[in-house]
Design a protein around this ligand. Structure first.
Ligand code: ZN
Length: 506
């Protein structure tokens, strides 16, 4: 997620104020992260970032970006879809369920705001222990909870649904028979989705409906048991493993359907379209519905970039967002390794709430900083997963660092750190930040300083080689703090302990 904590003054300066919506985008409200207690920190950041003293550093970063981009050699995207393989974890850390196939069939009402149908979940018990119960996460209920559940599961077969838990974001399914390690299973249910009436990542703005985290996913079980953490409004609590998805959506012909994966649309009954979407080895599935405009472009690496835009996005913003997306996809492929999917979709509007990453799909406001941050998540969160509740820094700090490196956006905190409290750490979890605030300041900004410091300490070439190797080794898997620190150290001739200590990431 990205709420733009420090880029507002710089962007207002560079944009020249010529685009519709600039006033709204540069407003203070817009820049304030939604996690409780962050207002003061953000104001501090805003006042600090008005200084020009770091412009030379920003220019240096821009030159670095140019040099890195120039070193990327074009190669065609693989025509082969990623295929599922056995998890990499050792037996005592085995995560699961694995080899998951989600099959979803939904029919929309006339607006795209209400969807009904069915879903099946095939999986294998890869956890190494007997499971008598599995858990589904219904993250779409995170905001409104059990009072007004936006996502409902009914008529479940293949097990017995228990009482919803964790604010109706978790549904236990007791299996008909205990599931032995290696045993496959199938659960089916009817699914009902009512998109909440708010401008949000799961919500709508007029006729544009966003269905982020609307589809149920399996919870993760590992050596710590089931991960059943609570929803975080100002960040992410999600933790899921890669899976194959087939999603069939019956919807009004007037609605475009941006989505994770690759879609094929064909006419259905009068006035309706049946869109079938396949997505291989992705850890979540998001889509949108609305009268979006569409533009496409191809990256130098052969990835199709689709930009879907609402009617509040100007023609100049469409051009800038699309060209930025193409540039950053190539830049990040050069830094972090090949993007293995055939396409990436961007849904753009002047969202009040920020922007948000999903596998092969982002919802973003039309600004290059937001686009760069969310596309960096395609590697950090999308390809290389992490427990976003326990270790949000493993994706957010790197995505923010990558954004700053790619756009030249300055981060004045790196030279002049400000910590909101003595116990705040870059490596703190959402439990800490939900209670104490400081999430964007600590994880995004100070966390990105950790990455800049590691780059400076290891040297840019060695650092980028490490990130590329790490992203390759953990592709489709899960990154952990222990693995990140150990593998960075193994790639460095210099002791990195002081760097991790300096940025409270030991
Ligand atoms: Zn983010």
């Amino acid at each position: 997620m990205f709420t733009g904590p420090i880029d507002m003054p710089l962007r207002a300066k560079s944009d020249g104020g010529g685009h519709p919506g600039d006033g709204k985008r540069a407003s203070m409200d817009r820049s304030l992260p939604t996690t409780r207690g962050e207002s003061m920190s953000s104001l501090t950041l805003l006042s600090r970032s008005r200084s020009d003293r770091h412009l030379s550093r920003a220019l240096t970063l821009l030159l670095l970006v140019g040099a890195a981009a120039a070193s990327v050699s074009p190669s065609p995207a693989s025509a082969q879809a990623p295929t599922q393989t056995a998890p990499r974890a050792s037996p005592q850390e085995s995560r699961g369920p694995g080899f998951v196939n989600y099959d979803v069939r939904l029919t929309a009402d006339d607006t795209g705001g209400s969807w009904h149908g069915g879903m099946s979940v095939r999986f294998v018990n890869t956890t190494g222990v007997v499971l008598d119960t599995i858990w589904l996460r219904l993250w779409g209920n995170g905001e409104d909870g059990c009072a007004a559940p936006a996502v409902r599961v009914t008529r479940l077969s293949g097990g017995t649904a228990g009482d919803p838990a964790v604010g109706c974001t978790a549904l236990p399914v007791r299996m008909a028979h205990p599931l032995r390690p290696g045993q496959p299973a199938l659960v089916r249910f009817d699914l009902h989705i009512a998109v909440p009436d708010r401008d949000a990542r799961f919500g709508h703005n007029g006729p544009y409906y966003l269905l982020g985290h609307a589809l149920p996913v399996l919870a993760v079980h590992d050596g710590k048991g089931w991960h059943l953490d609570s929803y975080s409004t100002g960040g992410e609590s999600n933790f899921s493993l890669t899976a194959d998805w087939t999603v069939r959506l019956d919807h009004p012909r007037a609605l475009a359907i941006p989505a994770t994966g690759s879609a094929v649309a064909r006419p259905a009954r009068p006035g309706r379209t049946l869109t079938t979407i396949a997505a291989k080895r992705v850890r979540d599935f998001a889509f949108a519905a609305g009268p979006f405009g569409k533009r496409e472009a191809l990256t130098r690496h052969g990835v199709l970039v689709r930009l879907w835009f609402a009617d509040d996005v100007s023609a100049a913003e469409v051009d800038d967002t699309l060209s930025g997306a193409v540039e950053y996809m190539d830049t990040f492929a050069g830094w972090f390794g090949r993007y293995p999917y055939p396409e990436v979709d961007l849904v753009s509007s002047h969202f009040d709430w920020g922007s948000m990453e999903y596998p092969t799909y982002v919802a973003t406001y039309p600004a290059r900083t937001a686009v760069a941050h969310e596309l960096a998540h395609q590697w950090w969160y999308g390809l290389v997963g992490n427990d976003q509740y326990a270790d949000p820094w493993l994706d957010e700090a790197i995505a923010e660092y990558a954004k700053q490196r790619a756009t030249g956006d300055e981060n004045p905190l790196c030279a002049d750190p400000f910590w909101p409290s003595p116990d705040a750490k870059v490596t703190s979890g959402m439990d800490y930040f939900n209670a104490n605030g400081g999430y964007s300041l600590v994880v995004y900004l100070l966390g990105s300083c950790l990455m800049h410091d590691l780059e400076r300490t290891m040297g840019p070439d060695r650092w980028l080689a490490f990130l590329r190797d790490y992203a390759t080794a953990h592709r489709y898997g899960v990154s952990t703090p222990v693995a990140f620190r150990a593998e960075a150290q193994a790639a460095s001739p210099v002791d990195l302990a002081p760097v991790f200590h300096r940025w409270r990431a030991s």
